[in-house]
Design a protein around this ligand. Sequence first.
Ligand code: ADP
Ligand code: MG
Length: 324
Amino acid sequence: MFFMKRAKKTIPFEMNLYALGTVNQIKVYGKNGEKALDEASKRLYEIDNKMSAFKDYSEISKINKSAGKSFEKVSEDTYYVIKKAIEYSNLSEGAFNPAVRPLVNLWGIGTDHQEIPKDSDIKNTLKLINYKDILLDDKNRSVMLKVTGQCVDLGAIAKGYAADQVKKILKKNGIKSAIIDLGGNIYALGNKPDGAPWRVGIQNPLTFRGDYMGTVNVTDKSVVTSGNYERYFIKDGRRFHHILDSRTGYPSQNGIISATIISDYSIDGDGLSTCAYVMGLEEGIKLVESTDRAEGIMITEDNKLHVTSGIKGTFEIINHEFKY
Ligand code: ADP
Ligand code: MG
């Protein structure tokens, strides 16, 4: 289900729809907006139907059900995203882990059965989450998990891919100015209708979604943040959030409270923001600098900002609780 609002010239066509487990909002300016948004919504549902770990009929569910048994042929979309996920796993030496799903299920963060698991359960689950057990057959575009009980999870990268696909559709329809917001995963297409760059808010990791600690001015860029404010529960004064460290079996805890990536492609932003979040400050910044396709802003628990070399000048702090 989605809603579309009609608009005047400099007022956008706007669409809100629920897909990929989140609320998505797309605003487009200029002619052809209605048609572009109609196509974009269909594409979002298509990607969700292929890649959701929750839908029984998705390609990801098929792979998961055949774990330890057989290869499953998947679409070009799903194959591409799995390959990208593995690329980021290799780049981050397993900090990014698309095989983490059994651990995600054990913790149940964001569900009605979230709790701190027993140590023995964590230990047993850790044996199941080796991303190197995701086997690929390029020739037949097929995927298989080595061991029964293993599961793929594209939750940390699928929204980025979807944002890139929506951008492609908008551009094909001649749209020159738009904001694509897939649950906080942003792509700013072109400039604002008045010709100035888009000003995109950077989430304040200490509060709620939509409260910004700073802004960046961007044109044709993706802005993605991974943070501990998205989904979590608090027990005995400790915050247990939804980005897990495959080495410990616990939510990643290394002093980082958010990692933002600015990049040309949103799939890189989504992948790298999760990588940097789990890898921690030094390694995270080093990884982002090394890719040559992204800039990053990381915030540590002491409210300090750490940025990559190319970011200065585009980033403005609006909440002065946060400092360099
Ligand atoms: P969000 O989806 O909130 O924007 P991320 O892109 O960082 O944040 O993805 C987090 C989701 O990815 C989790 O909900 C979980 O399904 C999955 N996940 C958790 N830990 C990891 C990890 N270390 N590597 C890859 N995916 C993860
Ligand atoms: Mg991510």
